[in-house]
Design a protein around this ligand. Structure first.
Ligand SMILES: NC(=O)c1ccc[n+]([C@@H]2O[C@H](COP(=O)([O-])OP(=O)(O)OC[C@H]3O[C@@H](n4cnc5c(N)ncnc54)[C@H](O)[C@@H]3O)[C@@H](O)[C@H]2O)c1
Length: 256
């Protein structure tokens, strides 16, 4: 079977670890020239070394100059840009009434500003290459309230809306823009917050895992998210534009 992204170049932000690393690996396995990008330069280089043919470019997605340099550096390295995956994201568990503005911005600056900047600077390069695809990372939390991660959920709802606007603005330039909306996946972003979530919710130890079992059946895997991103990035999704692909084990399907 021919590789789905042969000859294409893709940037994945926040791809030194977690879901981003799985996406970068999956896109590379389908023939893409992948740029592994992360705020942690050493980790990005280490991750890139595990993906043959990839390049590492450090970038803090909150910094416009760095995002611009990431896009320019990728085009310089591989000749063009066809796929952008603004994946970098952070989460911190805390109730709204204890959240100061700095804590709000710590999350929204990465999760929302970072996605805006990635679209803003990648889109012209993708247009210049003749078209391509942008796949954002939304979340099931974009669809309902999410206690203790109000900033995170609000940023993800905004990302889904931004994705739709970008899809309609860029359609005539042959650029598709879609989102994946994962449920809870077993990465540091989730497991690293589980204890704090339990404490602040008054749950016993292990309560978060039990909640996941009840709501989703299990935690999702990074490979499952990467497969969904690949689908939207590749031509097999040629008529998908402005959509949000929910992969949450049924979490959002039922009230009970
Ligand atoms: N894990 C989940 O359950 C889940 C569910 C839905 C959506 N998501 C989304 O998937 C994406 C990846 O999440 P993950 O679970 O792999 O997280 P993770 O914490 O495992 O990895 C996040 C990566 O982003 C990098 N990063 C953080 N701040 C950055 C910045 N300012 N600039 C560049 N890179 C930065 C980190 O260094 C890290 O390598 C995020 O957007 C997250 O919101 C995750």
């Amino acid at each position: 079977m021919p590789q789905q992204l042969s000859g294409k170049t893709a940037i994945v932000t926040g791809s030194a670890t977690g879901i981003g690393f799985a996406i970068a690996s999956r896109l590379a396995a389908e023939g893409a020239n992948v740029v592994v990008s992360d705020i942690d330069e050493a980790a990005a280089k280490e991750a890139s070394a595990k993906i043959p043919g990839s390049a590492a470019i450090a970038c803090d997605v909150r910094d416009e100059d760095q995002v611009k340099a990431l896009v320019e550096g990728s085009v310089e390295r591989f000749g063009a840009l066809h796929v952008m995956v603004p994946n970098a994201g952070v989460a911190r568990a805390m109730p709204l009434v204890e959240m100061d503005l700095a804590a709000w911005r710590e999350v929204t600056s990465v999760n929302l500003d970072g996605v805006f900047l990635a679209i803003r600077h990648a889109a012209p390069a993708i247009v210049a290459a003749g078209g391509g695809s942008i796949v954002t990372l939304g979340s099931v939390t974009a669809l309902a309230g999410a206690p203790l991660i109000g900033h995170y959920a609000a940023s993800k709802a905004a990302v889904v809306n931004l994705t739709k606007t970008a899809a309609t603005e860029l359609r005539s330039h042959n650029v598709r823009v879609n989102a994946v909306l994962p449920g809870f996946v077993g990465t540091q972003l989730v497991t690293g917050q589980a204890e704090s979530f339990e404490e602040q919710s008054g749950m016993p130890a292990g309560g978060f895992a039990a909640l996941m079992d009840q709501k989703q059946g299990r935690l999702g895997t990074v490979e499952e998210v990467a497969d969904a991103v690949l689908f939207l990035a590749a031509d097999s999704a040629s008529f998908c534009n402005g959509t949000g692909l929910l992969l949450d084990g049924g979490l959002n399907a039922s009230l009970f």
